[in-house]
Ligand binder design. Structure first.
Ligand code: SF4
Ligand code: SF4
Length: 244
């Protein structure tokens, strides 16, 4: 694949349907205040052990927090995302964003990737082919050419790091303390939005609260048992385990 790509958004609106849009903590507050549903996605790993992609070590460590898990600990990463299984609630009848001036960072960044270890691949994006055949150069060597876009991407990554403790505290306040193992899947929760907003308003602090992993793979279970990590394979009515 070429490392230089041109791009110009055609305004087709396809990226505003069927995508859960990751939100910063502040954006989560705004999303809740506007009546939106948030989905919480949790994955974790053992530091320098199972689930940790060594080639992404710095990236995943900085956006995760260590929590107690059985006799050991896991580092959990939490994503709050706008729950958009269909059309985003802010996509109007003319396929325009009704909160355009105030839309989330990730909406401003698309189709660029937030994770610095995931290369931009047009075939994985919703944008029509003509979007990639016009406009200025978007990336060079996987780096955004436009400094404003680069700043937005960096702001999103920094919020990911800055928000992790507060997001873990909200999860604990709402009893969302089962994670999946990174690379094996994630747990997905649809919290009551009143309770989520209240926990955000209360600026909940991280507590010394036990977590567990949801593991259905027998070999992984054996590995984690040897590490003293608490895990379960029991289905729950409170979350969905999305395995890879
Ligand atoms: S907030 Fe606006 S730009 Fe973002 S997904 Fe919804 S309609 Fe699209
Ligand atoms: S899918 Fe691509 S081209 Fe269509 S509105 Fe979104 S960013 Fe623009």
């Amino acid at each position: 694949m070429s490392t230089a790509l041109r791009f110009a958004c055609t305004g087709c609106g396809k990226c505003c349907s069927g995508h859960h849009v990751p939100l910063t903590l502040d954006e989560t507050r705004h999303w809740a205040a506007r009546g939106g549903q948030v989905i919480v996605l949790i994955e974790g790993f053992i530091s320098d052990g199972p689930g940790m992609p060594l080639e992404q070590r710095e990236h995943v460590l900085r956006r995760s927090l260590a929590v107690p898990c059985g006799a050991g600990e896991v580092r959990v990463s939490v994503t709050f995302a706008a729950f958009n299984p269909g059309r985003c609630l802010h996509l109007d009848a003319a396929d325009r964003c009704s909160i355009y001036e105030d839309r989330p960072l990730v909406c401003r960044i698309y189709p660029m990737e937030i994770n610095p270890h995931i290369p931009l691949r047009p075939e994985n994006k919703d944008c029509p082919s003509e979007a990639w055949e016009q406009g200025p150069e978007l990336i060079h060597g996987q780096i955004a050419v436009d400094p404003h876009l680069r700043a937005l991407i960096e702001a999103s990554r920094q919020a990911d790091r800055d928000d992790i403790a507060a997001k873990v505290a909200v999860c604990q306040a709402l009893g969302m303390t089962t994670s999946a193992l990174k690379g094996n899947g994630f747990t997905a929760w649809l919290p009551d939005m009143g309770a989520l907003a209240a926990a955000l308003d209360a600026s909940a602090q991280v507590a010394d609260q036990a977590w567990q992993l949801h593991i259905e793979d027998q070999a992984l279970s054996d590995t984690l048992a040897a590490l003293g990590v608490q895990f379960t394979a029991q289905p729950s009515a409170r979350y969905a385990f999305i395995g890879f």
